[in-house]
Design a protein around this ligand. Structure first.
Ligand SMILES: Cc1cc2nc3c(=O)[nH]c(=O)nc-3n(C[C@H](O)[C@H](O)[C@H](O)COP(=O)(O)O)c2cc1C
Length: 153
């Protein structure tokens, strides 16, 4: 099984978190790749790969600048993503309560609007809790992987 991690970050946490999730999954049978969302064309997403999107929220409930081109391409070219399956994890902070984790919500909604299938529930990290992102995202990702495995068996 191939997991392609797509991250959007302003200060690096989401990028590091992808590596932490891979470590938490601790599964040598998985093929993994990590890319910044800005380098990925949504129209090039394929059916044989499972996508794990990890993005923070910045500005006023916005996507990080290196995730925005992906979101813009979804809007502009409106690709058919009905063959795409993905999970999404958002980094945010309840200090920004009015826009908490809206970046990940926005991206999830845009991908689903193009027909992509969300597996599991959107994972959420709230920096104001003091929890480490990997302590929340690790078990979340293990749950996603378990449901993927249950699907293929
Ligand atoms: C200037 C600034 C604006 C932010 N705006 C939001 C926001 O609107 N909503 C939210 O949930 N978190 C917001 N955050 C919190 C970040 O999403 C959080 O710190 C996250 O862990 C950063 O991850 P990153 O390093 O991958 O970008 C903001 C943080 C900063 C510094």
């Amino acid at each position: 099984m191939k997991l392609h991690f797509l991250y959007g970050t302003e200060t690096g946490s989401a990028e590091f978190l992808c590596e932490d999730i891979i470590e938490a999954l601790d599964d040598d049978t998985l093929e993994t790749e990590v890319s910044v969302l800005a380098d990925v064309d949504p129209a090039a997403l394929i059916a044989g790969t499972f996508y794990v999107v990890v993005t923070s929220t910045f500005g006023n409930g916005d996507l990080p600048s290196n995730a925005q081109p992906f979101a813009d391409a979804l809007d502009a070219s409106q690709p058919d993503l009905s063959h795409v399956r993905f999970a999404i994890f958002g980094l945010g902070d309840m200090v920004f309560s009015a826009t908490f984790n809206q970046g990940s919500e926005q991206l999830m909604d845009k991908m689903r609007a193009r027909g992509a299938t969300l597996v599991g529930e959107r994972g959420i990290h709230d920096a104001s809790t003091g929890d480490m992102p990997e302590d929340i995202a690790g078990p979340w990702a293990q749950g996603i992987l378990a449901s993927l495995r249950a699907d293929v068996s």
